[in-house]
Design a binder for this molecule. Structure first.
Ligand SMILES: C[S@@+](CC[C@H](N)C(=O)[O-])C[C@H]1O[C@@H](n2cnc3c(N)ncnc32)[C@H](O)[C@@H]1O
Ligand code: SF4
Length: 317
């Protein structure tokens, strides 16, 4: 029954998108910029350390609800919450779970958020994306001493029947640890798979060269062939080889609400042309393929990223 509702919801979205080419599918709310970590590859960490965050760097509960409502009316059916660290967000008594519950009450078909996994993991969503940047030493070198073990302990005690996937940002520090990271995910019964992204500058010092990109794509594709639970679609992986995404970004498919209340179509980093010239976001590739109606990609992505309900136990590995 749940799947029928979702199927008709997405079919309605797709039909509507034929008439209204600007119809968003995903709304991403960057609810605040606060964070307990200072990861090496993260520009928010740099801004937190430098004290250069914009003065308004957190959205209120009312602002978020209003935007979720507006975006739903425009057609969006997937709601994602990002930060900073979204699990640290609050407005009075309100927490991340209240935002997710509200989004679901509006009719969003899939909800999710990305977390560093060091705090209490919120289980109100359909999907949880946990950042995993390598095996223990590498992850901790990028993020902070002890973060890997905290994440793994939190996952071990997690009671949640939606999808949990790892999000790895491939950068110079961890490019030689792709297989090990995929193996950690394969061995962990709490994780359904892994999505690989490449670092998008700033910062530029960890950026991959074109040769490194090619090597990484070849390795990840080979792992997928071997049966590792790689969630990037095959075509999406191939498209990660194209570095300059300036004219390819499917900006209509997703709208970001930024912590200062402004909005950005496609990606919050579009204000920096350097970021688009060296884009490493897997989602930008997948969104473009979805927007084109690529059937194979849609079938590959839907179980984890679009459908809600119980998906645990689908992994056979
Ligand atoms: C900004 S974080 C917010 C969520 C949470 N704090 C976390 O670390 O998972 C969202 C994702 O963006 C990734 N990220 C941060 N800086 C990036 C960059 N320069 N290029 C690509 N991805 C980046 C993080 O590793 C994380 O997986
Ligand atoms: S935990 Fe997330 S938001 Fe915080 S510094 Fe690391 S990548 Fe950035």
């Amino acid at each position: 029954m749940g799947n029928l509702k979702e199927f008709s919801g997405y079919a309605g979205w797709w039909l509507g998108s034929k008439i209204d080419r600007d119809r968003p599918l995903v709304t991403t709310m960057m609810i605040h910029l606060n964070c307990n970590l200072r990861c090496r590859h993260c520009d928010i960490a740099r801004q937190l350390d430098a004290g250069t965050l914009p003065p308004k760097n957190s959205l209120t509960y009312d602002e978020i609800c209003e935007d979720l409502r507006t975006r739903y009316k425009q057609g969006a059916r997937i709601a994602y919450f990002e930060g900073g660290e979204p699990t640290m967000w609050s407005d009075g008594e309100r927490r991340l779970e209240d935002l997710i519950t509200f989004a679901k009450s509006l009719g969003y078909l899939n909800t999710g958020y990305t977390t560093n996994g060091t705090g209490r993991i919120c289980t109100a969503s359909d999907t949880i994306s946990v950042s995993l940047d390598g095996p223990r030493d590498v992850h901790d070198a990028i993020r902070q001493e002890g973060v890997f073990d905290t994440l793994m302990n939190n996952l071990a005690s997690l009671e949640f029947d939606g999808s949990v996937f790892a999000n790895m940002v491939v950068q110079k520090t961890n490019i030689d640890h792709i297989r090990e990271t995929a193996e950690i995910v394969r061995q962990n019964p709490r994780m359904d798979g892994i999505v690989f992204n490449f670092i998008t500058p700033p910062p530029a010092d960890q950026a991959l060269s074109p040769d490194e990109r090619r090597r990484a794509v070849e390795e990840i594709s080979a792992l997928k062939d071997e049966g590792f639970p790689i969630l990037n679609s095959r075509k999406g992986l191939r498209d990660l080889l194209v570095e300059d995404w300036t004219d390819s970004c499917p900006i209509d498919l997703t709208v970001f609400t930024l912590p200062d209340g402004s909005h950005a179509k496609g990606c919050p980093m579009r204000s920096n042309p350097e970021s688009c010239r060296h884009c490493g976001f897997a989602a930008a590739r997948e969104y473009r393929l979805v927007k084109r109606g690529d059937p194979r990609t849609i079938l590959e992505l839907a179980p984890t990223f679009a459908l809600s309900g119980k998906k645990r136990g689908q992994r056979t590995v």
